[in-house]
Write a protein that binds this ligand. Structure first.
Ligand code: GLU
Length: 293
């Protein structure tokens, strides 16, 4: 089927099985892409081996397939993208936007826990690899979120000179995400509100790297009745992808969508995509997830 220039994506971290909060992001990004006759891609954010749970990449991809959320290309794995991140870091270093940092946690705490001097405050060490930080410029980064409205953040004030590559060689999510969103030609990012405050850092990196800025839609976070995030780290059970109809219906209700009257999950997705509209969620940053069935 010919597609428009729209390209969306879902980017799970392999830190456990697919949970309801992730399903909401996966489903909303899929529905939005299909509603706009665009493409939908997957990216596995497996850049943090210490936090990865063995087998969870396979479990998440299998659950998505079982639910009928099929991507238009094989998933991109961040663990295989080190070369591209190194190139981006080199570009930032050459442009004078990155500096090596040997600060320990104690040095940082002494400096008020936020690094914003544009240089390392600890002595240089030739016996240890440094971390690399972005020299964050003054000024606000503004963008318009499709659901949460106009956003602005003074990145230097809010987070300071953030890490691009850790001293142990691990790449930061911010850098990897920006490089890969551009590589996959993503035109719109649909994800949870827990990442809203990462977005100004990502927009800043896009500008410094000369990459396009996609549109952003930050969805309400799924919370329990006490307002706690239903996340992979809480003990909320994983989505039961063997019951696709029930799982998709619950996520559709969460997204304020009518649940199409069909027992067939594929037909349900098709109908839901045709009339997908999340304007009722404008300005909503958290929502209580309804019961599973
Ligand atoms: N991998 C991230 C997460 O699961 C999401 C990244 C993104 O959508 O930008 O929280």
């Amino acid at each position: 089927m010919p597609h428009t220039g729209y390209c969306g994506r879902f980017a799970p971290s392999p830190t456990g099985e697919l949970h309801f909060g992730s399903l909401v992001a996966a489903l909303a990004s899929w529905l939005r892409a299909r509603n706009l006759q665009g493409r939908w891609l997957l990216r596995v954010d497996d850049i943090d081996p210490p936090r990865a749970v063995p087998g969870s990449t396979e479990a998440i991809l299998a659950a998505l397939a079982r639910l009928g959320l099929i991507a238009d290309a094989p998933a991109l794995h961040q663990s295989e993208r080190g070369e591209a991140y190194a190139q981006a870091l080199l570009q930032l270093q050459r442009g004078g936007h990155a500096f090596p940092c040997w600060c320990s946690r104690t040095d940082l705490e002494a400096a008020g826990a936020v690094h914003r001097d544009g240089r390392c405050i600890a002595p240089r060490r030739d016996d240890r690899e440094p971390a690399w930080r972005l020299r964050v410029p003054d000024g606000e980064i503004a963008f318009d979120d499709g659901l949460q409205g106009p956003q602005r953040q003074d990145v230097r004030e809010a987070v300071g000179d953030f890490v691009l590559r850790r001293a142990d060689g691990l790449w930061s999510y911010q850098l990897a995400c920006v490089v890969d969103d551009a590589f996959q030609d993503i035109t719109e990012v649909v994800r949870g509100c827990d990442l809203l405050d990462s977005t100004p850092r990502q927009v800043l990196l896009q500008r410094l790297l000369g990459l396009p800025t996609p549109a952003y839609i930050h969805l309400p976070l799924a919370v329990d009745a006490e307002g706690r995030k239903l996340s992979k780290s809480s003990d909320a059970p994983p989505v039961d992808a063997h019951e696709p109809h029930a799982a998709l219906a619950r996520a559709l209700r969460f997204l304020g969508q009518e649940v199409p009257a069909t027992a067939d999950p594929a037909a349900m997705l098709h109908a839901a995509a045709a009339r997908f509209d999340i304007s009722a969620l404008r300005g909503v940053t958290a929502r209580v997830a309804g019961p599973p069935a």
